[in-house]
Ligand binder design. Structure first.
Ligand SMILES: C[S@@+](CC[C@H](N)C(=O)[O-])C[C@H]1O[C@@H](n2cnc3c(N)ncnc32)[C@H](O)[C@@H]1O
Length: 236
C-alpha cells in the first residue's frame, strides 16, 4: 500500500511503540479538560464538523457504527442523536473515563479491534489518524470490521491550501493553541498537537491509501476553509 504516517522530522517526534505509549499517556493526562479546550480552540466549530461527519455516513437508522479512537465520545453522542448505534473504541482509559453519555465504550487499540469481520455497518474516526503509530494497519483493520457496502467517515485536521489562510492558520496553531492548552490543560500536549500534523500523509496519498485498503470510492472534502478534512468511502 505504501502509505506511512512516519513523522517527517525523525528524532523530534516519536514513532512505533514509543509513539503509542506517549500518545496514550498524553491523552490520559489531558482527558479531564479535553472537551473544554477543544471547544475553545475551535470556537465551537468542532461540533459542526462532527455533525457533518455523522451525516456523511448516509446510513439509515439503527445501523451499528464503530467510532474509532472515540476519545471522550463526542462523535458517539452525535451518532446516537442520529439514531445510529455507536460503539466507541479508544486506547486511553482516561479519555474513556471522561466520556459522559457516550453509550457503549471499549478500551482497545484501533489497529487490533476486538470485533469480528464485517461486524459494523459503518465507522467514524475523529482527529486520530495522526496520533496512530501505524496508519496502514489501522486502514486494514477498518476494512476488516466494516461490512461490504458499509460506510466510513474520517475527520482530521488539514492545512489550508490558500497561502494567506495557511500563514494565519500556522500562527494560530503554533502559537495560540499551545498557549490555550498550557493555560487550561497541559503545555506539552498542546505543543505536540501542531507538530503532530507532520505525521499526516499528503491528501492524495491519504485518499489513495483509504481507497486501496478497501474503500475504492474514497473521496476527500475540506471544511472551514481547509483547516479540516473529511474522507468518506464505501466498503467494496
Ligand atoms: C485527538 S483525540 C480524538 C478523540 C475523538 N475522536 C474526538 O473527535 O474528539 C485522539 C484519540 O485517539 C486515541 N488513540 C490514539 N492512538 C490510538 C490507538 N492506537 N488505538 C485507540 N485509540 C487511540 C487517543 O487516546 C485519543 O482519545
Amino acid at each position: 500500500m505504501g502509505v506511512t504516517n512516519a513523522p517527517k522530522f525523525e528524532g523530534v517526534l516519536p514513532s512505533g511503540s514509543s509513539k503509542v505509549q506517549m500518545v496514550e499517556a498524553m491523552f490520559d493526562r489531558i482527558a479531564h479538560r479535553y472537551d473544554l479546550v477543544n471547544r475553545l480552540m475551535t470556537f465551537g466549530l468542532d461540533r459542526r464538523w462532527r455533525q457533518v461527519t455523522v451525516r456523511a455516513l448516509e446510513l439509515p437508522e439503527d445501523c451499528l457504527v464503530a467510532d474509532l479512537a472515540c476519545g471522550t465520545g463526542d462523535l458517539c453522542r452525535g451518532l446516537d442523536r442520529a439514531r445510529l448505534r455507536p460503539i466507541g473504541f479508544d486506547i486511553s482509559a482516561g479519555m474513556l473515563g471522561a466520556a459522559r453519555g457516550a453509550g457503549r465504550l471499549v478500551r482497545a487499540d484501533v489497529t487490533r479491534l476486538p470485533a469480528p469481520e464485517g461486524a459494523f455497518d459503518g465507522a467514524t474516526c475523529g482527529f486520530a489518524l495522526r496520533n496512530l503509530a501505524d496508519l496502514e494497519a489501522f486502514l486494514a483493520e477498518l476494512a476488516r470490521v466494516v461490512r461490504p457496502g458499509g460506510r466510513i467517515a474520517l475527520l482530521e485536521v488539514a492545512e489550508p491550501t490558500s497561502p494567506a489562510l495557511r500563514v494565519g492558520h500556522r500562527l494560530y496553531f503554533d502559537r495560540v493553541v499551545p498557549w490555550i492548552g498550557a493555560a487550561l490543560s497541559d503545555g506539552h500536549a498542546y505543543r505536540y498537537l501542531p507538530r503532530s500534523v507532520a505525521y499526516l500523509p499528503p491528501p492524495a496519498a491519504l485518499v489513495g491509501a483509504v481507497a486501496e485498503a478497501g474503500f475504492p470510492d474514497a473521496r476527500r472534502r475540506t471544511l472551514s476553509g481547509g483547516i479540516v478534512q473529511l474522507i468518506v468511502g464505501t466498503r467494496s
